[in-house]
Structures are given as structure tokens and as C-alpha cells.
Design a protein around this ligand. Structure first.
Ligand code: IPE
Ligand code: IPE
Ligand code: MG
Length: 245
């Protein structure tokens, strides 16, 4: 097994899991089977992240835009999500993984939502790693929802315009308790963010791969991390200032 340098390990990895449909097509299968195979990758990647000591893993499982897909595909994705939640609870407990979710969770079916809340509650004390699922998630929607709640607080007299800083604003986002991602991985060969974590990715390192999500395995994750560890994160400063040269 390839080993990871534990120095400069990303604390938070976010993944846009793309390419299930094309994977299915290339295996002359229906798209749904591609999603099923994609769920396998979720299990493997989650386990690997936990093993090597990643603290936060955010997986883009369903975007607000994905509601626009054919009804049968949306239904199948929701069924897979439910199946995943039911099957993985034990594993999450065994591996000390805490589950959280971000997105417009109210738009999910009631039975999925209640299962999700049940597992979130059950795993809430787990400390090993935080697995954060982005469900019915949209970055612009998140920002607009944060602005809305902020205005409500202002109208209620809880905050004044002078209180508004980026730190305060962050507290109104879905990710309030989670640090910004250090590394974003997108599989499936597209070079775009597709409305994912727009506010939080201001200084995230991006890693794109042509591999389709069902083909993305442990070694591929370690390769992405390896590349991340060789980058110099300057945050606007010079290389000299951050001790690079
Ligand atoms: C990603 O795979 C899974 C979801 C968006 C839910 P896709 O279904 O987008 O796969 P491609 O892009 O069509 O290959
Ligand atoms: C992004 O993939 C969303 C998820 C992986 C859940 P899409 O396949 O929906 O993205 P676009 O539509 O190609 O940008
Ligand atoms: Mg896609």
C-alpha cells in the first residue's frame, strides 16, 4: 500500500464526485448502475481518509441543479442515498465517524430527512473524522440563505451593520462549524466548480482528474494528496514570506 506523508496533510478534503453516468455508458449499463458503483467509491474513499488522518471530508452527492434531471434518475439517487445511510451507520460507529450534512435539507423527502437526522444524532459524539454530505446543495443558495438570516437578525435588532465581517458572515453559512477545504478534488474530467462551496473555496487547492468517480480509488486519492503536499500555499504573500525560498 502506498504510504502518505503525514506532514502538511490536508485537514479538509472536498470532492466533486463526477462521472458516474459516463462510467455506466462506457460499460453499456444504465446511469443508475453507475451511481451504484459510485457509492462503492464513497465507501472506499471515506475509509481511506479516516485511515490516513483526514479530519473533514465533504462529498458533493447531490446539487440543487441535480433536481432538474429526469424524475427516474432523481428517484434512484434518493433511493441509493437512503440505502447508503441505512447500510453505513454501523461502519460510521465502528470507525468513529461523525456524519453531518449541508444543503437545502428541507427539500429532501421526509423519510430520507428523518433517517439523516437520526444518523447525525447517533454519530454526533464521534471524533475520528467528520463526514459531511452536500445534499440538495448549491453555493449561491447557501450564500443567499445566509444573507436572508442575517437580515432577519438585523431586523430583530440582534446585529448591526457594523457587526458584519467575513467571520460573522461565515457563521451564517451551512458550514459554520467546519474549516474551509484545503483540497478540492473533481473527478470526471470537467474543469468547473458547479456551484460547490463558492464562499469557502477562496484559497482551496484544486485537483482535477479525468478518472470517472467509480474508477477513483485509494491510490488515486493518495496521488491527489501527494500533489497537494508539493504545492506552496501563499495566500497572497511572497514565497519568501512564508518560508518557501
Ligand atoms: C455524478 O455523476 C453524480 C451526480 C451528479 C449525482 P454524473 O451522474 O454527473 O455522471 P456524468 O457526469 O453524467 O458522467
Ligand atoms: C456536480 O456534478 C454535482 C455532483 C457531483 C453532485 P454535475 O454532473 O451535476 O455537474 P455539471 O452539471 O456537469 O456541472
Ligand atoms: Mg456529471
Amino acid at each position: 500500500m502506498k504510504e502518505t506523508n503525514t506532514e502538511k496533510l490536508p485537514k479538509h478534503i472536498a470532492i466533486i464526485m463526477d462521472g458516474n453516468g459516463r462510467w455506466a455508458e462506457s460499460h453499456t449499463m444504465g446511469r443508475i448502475l453507475g451511481h451504484r458503483k459510485g457509492a462503492e467509491s464513497v465507501r472506499i474513499i471515506t475509509k481511506t481518509c479516516r485511515r490516513i488522518g483526514i479530519r473533514f471530508l465533504t462529498l458533493y452527492a447531490f446539487s440543487v441543479e441535480n433536481w432538474l434531471r429526469p424524475k427516474a434518475e432523481v428517484r434512484a439517487l434518493m433511493n441509493l442515498l437512503l440505502e447508503y445511510l441505512e447500510n453505513e451507520t454501523r461502519e460510521m460507529m465502528d470507525q468513529d465517524i461523525r456524519l453531518t450534512a449541508i444543503g437545502d435539507l428541507d427539500s429532501l423527502d421526509a423519510h430520507i430527512r428523518s433517517k439523516l437526522y437520526e444518523i447525525m444524532e447517533k454519530t454526533s459524539e464521534n471524533q475520528g473524522m467528520l463526514l459531511n454530505l452536500a445534499l440538495s446543495y448549491g453555493g449561491r443558495d447557501e450564500i443567499a440563505a445566509a444573507a436572508k438570516r442575517m437580515v432577519e437578525d438585523a431586523v430583530a435588532g440582534k446585529i448591526a451593520p457594523a457587526d458584519v465581517t467575513r467571520e460573522l458572515f461565515s457563521k451564517y453559512l451551512y458550514t459554520t462549524a467546519i474549516p474551509d477545504p484545503d483540497l478540492l478534488i473533481r473527478t470526471g474530467g470537467e474543469y468547473r466548480v458547479s456551484n460547490f462551496l463558492l464562499y469557502q473555496m477562496a484559497y482551496t487547492e484544486f485537483y482535477f482528474t479525468d478518472l470517472l468517480w467509480p474508477d477513483f480509488g485509494e491510490t488515486d486519492l493518495l496521488t491527489a494528496i501527494d500533489e497537494y503536499q508539493r504545492r506552496e500555499r501563499r495566500f497572497g504573500m511572497t514565497s519568501e514570506q512564508i518560508g518557501g525560498r
